[in-house]
Ligand binder design. Structure first.
Ligand SMILES: [Mn+2]
Length: 358
């Protein structure tokens, strides 16, 4: 397999004639002469055999083996900075926890990506949601996103993490970010197996300006998944975009829409029976599915949404009765209030989902 493994806490710096290799998590702090400069590239590319040829003790590199995630070759940003920005959600000793996170079936990671023009800040979603999650979830932290990075670069990382977790037979649980991040997670899953999308959203996310090829956004993520044949079926729950004057998207036999007014009173068993058992499902929860009374801090609120209890019933029905292969929670923005009720609602729905996943 192409790529290399990297300890996410590793800090490699060259200062003058010396190279410092530091890992605060395990109290590692070694200094080597800069004439070993070639060594650093080998370390980064994780070629321990060739490193050993340089005459260093094999045990000096044990810490490199305490690694978990494959990093793509050529993505030097990850290489320099590590994969994840924060790991403070890891239970107990963070280093030990990371080594054993694979014991958990569900593994969280954050993607604080937001469209550049967003007036509000879904980029802060992962941190906001974590504040209300109960401790104990395996959590890789947030992927690093540099200001000038493209959606493709960020997408490649999401793809990599999701693929690696699937390979380990884990379930990826992504904290967004705006809704466009869902595209990359579903694409990664669809490369492994056919998958359908069950999505809670005020919008169909199938909006397009006529006659124009558009880049991936939060507003067309479902349409792009359909156009690129990455989903078998799409079930969208809680839609009420007519209230904001949206033009209905062209009918597509793969898409089922349950309007908010029906979803509020839909029985869990009826909903579960609509999620066909002949496909795996990816669950995506856009917090704007809730009425703004419950979730005001979303990028595009629409009046007339679901109550928290209705959404919880349907999320639990979906996770109890269908094969869910991945989950995300998206579009939680920053709040000016000390009590972030939108993030609390997001954490509640996510915990409902994780509790009832089988
Ligand atoms: Mn959405």
């Amino acid at each position: 397999m192409n790529g290399f493994m990297l300890n996410p806490w590793l800090d490699i710096k060259r200062i003058g004639e010396f190279i410092y290799i530091k890992n605060d998590q395990i109290g590692l702090n070694i200094k080597i002469g800069a004439n070993y400069a070639g060594l650093i590239d080998k370390l980064r590319l994780f070629q321990p055999e060739s490193v050993l040829k340089e005459g260093l003790s094999p045990s000096a590199f044990d810490f490199f083996r305490q690694t978990l995630i494959l990093v793509p070759e050529g993505d030097m940003l990850w290489c320099r900075q590590g994969i994840f920005q924060q790991r403070d959600r890891l239970p107990g000793n963070p280093f030990q926890a990371a080594l054993t996170y694979t014991d958990s079936a569900d593994v969280l990671f954050g993607v604080g990506y937001a469209r550049p023009v967003a007036a509000s800040h879904p980029a802060q979603g992962p941190g906001a949601i974590r504040r209300y999650l109960k401790p104990g979830q395996a959590d890789l932290g947030d992927i690093i996103i540099a200001p000038d990075e493209t959606h493709q670069q960020i997408g490649a990382r999401i793809n990599l993490i999701v693929s690696e977790l699937l390979h380990q037979e884990r379930r990826p649980v992504m904290l967004g970010g705006d809704h466009s991040v869902t595209y990359h997670a579903v694409r990664a899953i669809s490369a492994h197996r056919p998958v359908s999308l069950v999505m809670f959203d005020a919008h169909t996310d199938r909006y397009a300006r006529a006659g124009r090829a558009e880049p991936l956004t939060h507003a067309n993520v479902v349409q792009q998944l359909l156009d690129h044949q990455l989903v078998q079926q799409v079930m969208i729950v809680g839609v009420r975009d007519e209230l904001m004057g949206a033009v209905p998207a062209a009918p597509d036999p793969r898409v089922t829409v349950i309007p908010a007014c029906e979803a509020e009173f839909l029985s869990p068993s009826c909903f579960a029976s609509m999620l066909h058992s002949d496909t795996d499902w990816y669950l995506s929860i856009d917090l704007d599915v809730l009425d703004p009374a419950f979730a005001p801090d979303v990028a595009t609120p629409v009046i007339g949404g679901l109550s928290l209890h209705a959404a919880r019933r349907l999320v639990r029905a979906a996770t109890q009765h269908s094969r869910i292969v991945g989950v995300d929670v998206v579009e939680v923005c920053a709040s000016t209030a000390p009590y972030h009720r939108t993030a609390h609602a997001a954490a509640t729905l996510l915990e409902d989902a994780l509790r009832s996943l089988t």
